[in-house]
Design a protein around this ligand. Structure first.
Ligand code: NAP
Length: 244
């Protein structure tokens, strides 16, 4: 479960743990927050362990799996990954005239390059019946020029989802993506600093509220479960009917 220390990732980690998964709570910097997630999972009777690796830098994926395999070995478990949730991502507001090479490199190295390599390596540990859930965004089905590079990175994720679903069908592995709309997390806190800003985001949903991390986690739980065995290659919009 990448990016599980905060926001949507935290809610997914807690939900999957409640469903019985042993969860690797991956994060980059938020040591304390990741510790809280592990503690809250254990307090609820589940099991989890923290997994710290910054993505988007040289050697990231090798470091992540080396820590992952060691954590499992300490529990007497062979390297094995039943469910991979690709959630960690960075955003960045920039219209086309503001785009820089640095922004492109940063967003694509975390949201695309690290994710693809992490998936490739994860697949060597994934048994038949495994699940991959990619956290995309509803902004891939509407124009969002305010964050053009970030939107493009999520478009790449949708394309990957479709290709891998076909590739991994013979192994009984499903690959799906979830497209959240605006969800109450640190990622968009800047857009919610005034009551007007908050009301504007809420008004984008047909339910007139901003999404909660648990709204997303409940949908991920379905795609991570055996109940979704006949669903693959799909992009599930979980945006509260944003811009319908
Ligand atoms: P968030 O609150 O900013 O949390 C991001 C998580 O990813 C944190 O756990 C963070 O770890 C981790 N992370 C970020 N950069 C990383 C890196 N370079 N290496 C390793 N870990 C890294 O984000 P969120 O809003 O929950 O978003 C979760 C997912 O939903 C993302 O894929 C995002 O694109 C997608 N999404 C969000 C929204 C929204 O409105 N929030 C809407 C559509 C899609 P640290 O805590 O250690 O930094």
């Amino acid at each position: 479960m990448t990016g599980a220390s905060r926001g949507i990732g935290r809610a997914i980690a807690e939900r999957l743990a409640a469903d019985g998964a042993l969860v690797a709570v991956h994060y980059a910097h938020s040591v304390e927050a990741a510790g809280e997630v592990v503690a809250s999972v254990r307090a609820a009777g589940g099991d989890a362990f923290p997994l710290r690796t910054e993505l988007g830098i040289a050697g990231d994926v090798q470091a992540l799996y080396s820590a992952f395999d060691s954590a499992l070995a300490r529990r007497g478990i062979e390297p094995r990954l039943d469910v991979l949730v690709n959630n960690a991502a960075v955003s960045g507001s920039a219209r086309i005239h503001e785009v820089t090479a640095e922004l492109l490199d940063r967003i694509f190295s975390v949201n695309v390059k690290a994710l693809v390599l992490l998936t490739r390596e994860g697949l060597t540990r994934m048994p038949e019946g495994g699940r991959i859930v990619n956290i995309s965004s509803a902004i891939t089905r509407m124009a969002y020029p305010e964050s053009v590079v970030y939107s493009m990175s999520k478009g790449a994720l949708n394309t990957l989802t479709l290709a891998l679903a076909k590739e991994l069908g013979p192994r009984g592995i499903t690959v799906n993506a979830i497209a959240p709309g605006f969800t109450e997390t640190d990622m968009n806190a800047k857009l919610r600093t005034t009551p007007e800003g908050t009301a504007r985001l809420a008004g984008l949903s047909v339910f007139d509220r901003i999404g909660r991390p648990s709204d997303i986690a409940d949908a991920v739980a379905f795609l991570a479960s055996p109940d979704s065995r006949w669903v693959t290659g799909q992009l599930l919009d979980v945006s509260g009917g944003m811009h319908l």
